[in-house]
Ligand binder design. Structure first.
Ligand code: ARG
Length: 415
């Protein structure tokens, strides 16, 4: 009996060829594992294909709920956005897949796991660092990184072994999708000057085709987790699916990002992330109402760290556990409702309310009902400006050369 390997199987060309290649090259029995993270696919066809190509077993796991509750929502609570643009859909799914690969390998008594990533991307790092963290002794094989075949050679290999080459090979793009978003790479998109053609997008309508009247959506949160849309309670998976449709219908969620990969490459990535865009925007708006200025300032720094660690494959680390504990604690009053206005590709926050709002009408208003004690302000300014006055008296400020120096009006020359 030969040894077993559990392969993360997408049903695409590379992972299909990998099934054959793993058994040829390493004499391993291949167990194909396909993880449903909300990519609309025909999973029973994928399963059949794995078996047809030569897998000894093909498993499909519905991991949508796990994905949303244990990966997407914690990232949302952290406001994790990579380089201020990318909501991290692919990056969040990889550690979950790694976990399921490892669990399956242990259950099936496999000595190795495999994935279809090339050697140029982030995903190989995310898979392997996660697998190592969860089960250091498991062997990892990356066929597409090892075999050194070009696209054409891979297709030839497939044809030689009767592996069906999907028609979608004709698609000029490389696509990865899950509930949190869709990433589109390759083809004309590799020219950062070229505007993405309309056919790159499938989840978002072109703003030229969206409704002529704005739409509104109200998102209700409890402790930083979205729970209602327009007052209706939804389970977490349905909530994201519903928002992807609704918000995408207004052309919201298109992202064009020249991003810094972990392996040192700058790459041009197109994303569609309607639900993520709306939820991150709404969540931040609710935090602006319910967290203090100091909490907000600190949390912004944590958000950058959090996004980087997700992007860089460090999900299963102690640093993440520490940050996650902080983020959880920060969300205890992030409860309330945000109203978004959607129109022609843009989404704006136009209303917010919360039982824990720190916005105080009496303090903010300029109308009747003002309770702010203006007579206390001179004293406040006296102390606040104390160090400034002291320094200005001793060292002056107008005499300083540099940017402020140039502000002195030029003397008129001659007459
Ligand atoms: N650049 C994005 C990331 O690193 C998306 C990668 C998409 N992955 C893929 N195998 N097509 O997370």
């Amino acid at each position: 009996m030969s040894d077993k390997v559990v392969l993360a199987y997408s049903g695409g060309l590379d992972t299909s060829v990998a099934i054959k290649w793993l058994s040829e090259k390493y004499n391993l029995d291949v167990i194909a594992l396909t993880v449903d993270v909300g990519n609309e696919r025909d999973f029973s066809a994928i399963k059949q294909k794995a078996l047809k190509v030569g897998a000894v077993k093909a498993l499909v796991m519905d991991a949508k709920e796990l994905f949303v509750n244990h990966f997407i929502f914690p990232a949302l609570q952290a406001d994790a956005i990579y380089e201020e643009q990318y909501p991290l859909a692919t990056a969040l799914a990889r550690p979950l897949m790694a976990k399921l690969l490892v669990d399956t390998a242990l259950e099936e008594g496999a000595s190795a796991v495999a994935h279809g990533c090339t050697g140029k991307g982030n995903d190989q790092v995310r898979f392997e660092v996660s697998i190592n963290a969860l089960s250091p002794r498991l062997k990892i094989i990356a066929p597409a990184r090892e075999w050194g075949m070009t696209r054409e050679e891979t297709i030839n290999y497939a044809q030689r072994y009767g592996i069906p080459v999907p028609v979608t090979i004709a698609s000029p793009y490389s696509i990865d999708e899950n509930l949190w978003g869709r990433s589109i790479e390759c083809g004309v998109l590799e020219d950062p000057w070229a505007e993405p053609p309309e056919d790159a997008y499938t989840w978002t309508k072109s703003p030229t085709e969206t409704p002529d009247k704005p739409g509104y959506v109200e998102i209700g949160f409890e402790q930083g987790v979205p729970v209602t849309i327009d007052g209706q309670k939804l389970d977490s998976v349905s909530l994201i699916q519903r928002l992807n449709e609704l918000v995408g219908g207004y052309g919201v969620g298109r992202i064009d990002h020249v991003e810094n990969r972990l392996v040192g490459i700058k790459s041009r990535e197109i994303y569609e992330a309607p639900a993520a865009t709306a939820l991150l925007q709404a969540h931040q708006a609710l935090e602006a109402m319910t967290l203090s200025k100091e909490q907000l300032r600190f949390k912004q720094k944590v958000a950058v760290e959090y996004a980087d660690l997700i992007y860089n494959g460090l999900w299963f680390t102690s640093l993440h556990q520490d940050l996650a504990a902080y983020v959880q604690s920060s969300q205890r009053f992030v409860t309330g409702t945000i109203r978004l206005k959607l129109f022609k590709g843009s989404s704006r926050v136009v209303g917010r309310k919360s039982p824990f709002s720190l916005y105080d009408y009496g303090l903010a208003t300029y109308a009747k009902g003002d309770v702010f004690d203006q007579s206390a302000s001179p004293g406040f300014i006296h102390i606040w400006g104390l160090s400034v006055r002291t320094q200005a008296q001793v060292q002056g400020i107008a005499q300083t050369e540099g940017p402020l120096g140039t502000m002195r009006p030029k003397k008129k020359r001659g007459r």
